[in-house]
Write a protein that binds this ligand. Structure first.
Ligand code: DQA
Length: 142
């Protein structure tokens, strides 16, 4: 069982990017914890970050995985292309946001992604990724 974790634009700056909103954990910290938990649960995890929409579409389509965890970051609110790629591959997918997108600016309340994923976790910080790993295991066991 393999999980692919995709991080969208600007998430490479976690740790220093608006720490009051996104916390102090770096992307490396998150990936380390995700990979360790996946292993603990008997799965493998690969993490991928890109600032480019096309590269994210290519990863959704082309990488090998059983379940997807994706924080599309700003593309959440704009990308029909990422939505269509997730729908096209038809594998279980969980959308994660570090901040609560429903509690911020109006434009962040719309997710182009939420209509094609299994579920969405928003506002629980780094813990959201770890909950998504646990949920992936349960979904793949069904
Ligand atoms: C985010 C929320 C998005 O609105 C924002 O553009 C991000 C990060 C989050 O994890 O809270 O870059 O996806």
């Amino acid at each position: 069982m393999k999980i692919l974790v995709i991080h969208g634009p600007n998430l490479n700056l976690l740790g220093t990017r608006e720490p009051d909103v996104y916390g102090r954990a770096t992307l490396e910290d998150i990936n380390r914890r995700v990979i360790a938990l996946a292993q603990e649960l008997g799965m493998e995890a690969e993490a991928f970050q890109s600032n480019s929409e096309g590269e994210i579409v290519d990863a959704v389509q082309g990488k090998s995985y059983d379940a997807l965890i994706i924080n599309p970051a700003a593309y959440t609110h704009t990308s029909v292309a990422i939505r269509d790629a997730i729908a096209a591959v038809g594998r279980p997918a969980i959308e994660v946001h570090i901040s609560n997108i429903h509690k911020r600016e109006e434009f962040r309340r719309t997710s182009y992604i939420s209509g094609v994923v299994t579920g969405q976790i928003s506002g629980l910080g780094v813990e959201g990724y770890l909950l998504a790993v646990r949920a992936s295991r349960q979904i793949l066991d069904r």
